[in-house]
Design a protein around this ligand. Structure first.
Ligand code: GLN
Length: 306
């Protein structure tokens, strides 16, 4: 993508960062500088272009839900994973508990909300918790093309010390028979995935792999099976931006996933993987500057799939 276009998107996005604030329910995230904004774009040949604070490191948070889902599907197959989680949007906030205690259908609605992602993480295999963590980090390294990708342990501890809502969610699902085994182990794995530290460049490569039908634009290796890519991209469209997914589909129209760390990944299928970073969030937990940069690129380059 032309540098001029990326720079223009950044300039446009910067006008909006003052209207939000960093997530504060994870104490470690509250201290992030809300004026930061960055973007990286990776094309299908692996060429990267970037602008702004694109090298700043931030935690993936909910963007890791996509990685967890791909890994779980690869390890377990579709039947096991979708016996624990559905494929429907909720229209509720990402950490809502309201639909988890339904009499007949208490399966979490989809893998892009906390409950669904925790259920998915509970299926990630390994002989021990340490092995499950190592396999997950390794897989994230492959998908981002960054072999030194690692966990931000300060964010991890901050989240695991204060993650009461996620504890409520997992124990509710445990009592309803969705979750098996040790809840604290599953939560530790979930928090670890959320705390993976990355840059826009790392996530642009991952988004480009999804945009390139599962083939890494850097190595040419098939990292995700085509059937899984199709499924994951469709879930990103319907559920990837939480309870803003519908409006986002109409304003941006690309399979995307956001995280409360301030990141968003977006796939211009067959063209680009885009990653944005801006810790100033709106009230739904999406990066305000990121949304605006994606809107700009979608409008000016005709990137909407609709
Ligand atoms: N780790 C965060 C949580 O569980 C992820 C949420 C998000 O990015 N929306 O609350």
């Amino acid at each position: 993508m032309e540098q001029k276009m990326i720079q223009e998107a950044l300039t446009y996005g910067r006008r909006f960062v003052r209207y939000g604030k960093p997530a504060s329910y994870i104490p470690e995230l509250a201290s992030k500088n809300p004026s930061r904004l960055g973007i990286a774009v990776c094309d299908m040949e692996g060429n990267l272009s970037s602008a702004g604070d694109c090298e700043e490191r931030f935690t993936m948070q909910s963007i890791s839900k996509v990685i967890a889902l791909i890994l779980a599907l690869e390890q377990n197959g579709y039947d096991i994973v979708f016996s624990k989680v559905g494929l429907e949007p909720t229209g509720d906030s990402f950490n809502s508990t309201v639909r988890l205690d339904h009499l007949t259908n208490n399966k979490p609605f989809n893998p892009m909300i906390n409950a669904g992602a925790i259920a998915v993480a509970s299926t990630i295999r390994g002989a021990t918790l340490e092995e499950r963590k190592a396999v997950s980090i390794d897989f994230a390294r492959k998908l981002t093309g960054n072999s030194s990708l690692d966990v931000d342990y300060e964010v991890f501890l901050s989240e695991s010390n204060t993650g009461f809502k996620n504890r409520a969610i997992i124990y509710l699902m445990r009592s309803n028979g969705i979750i098996e085994g040790n809840c604290e182990d599953h939560l530790e794995l979930y928090f670890l995935l959320c705390s993976l530290a990355c840059s826009c460049q790392d996530l642009a490569v991952f988004a480009a792999t999804l945009a390139n039908n599962g083939v890494s634009p850097i190595t040419g290796e098939t990292l995700i099976q085509p059937r899984t890519v199709k499924l994951v991209r469709s879930l990103m469209v319907t559920c990837g931006m939480y309870d803003y997914s519908g409006e986002f589909a109409s304003t941006v129209g690309m399979p995307s996933k956001s995280g409360v760390g301030g990141g968003i990944i977006s796939c211009a299928i067959g063209k680009y993987g885009i990653a944005t970073y801006g810790p100033s969030l709106d009230d739904k937990g999406n990066s305000i500057g990121g949304l605006k940069m994606l809107e700009y690129l979608s409008d000016n380059m005709g990137l909407s799939i609709f």
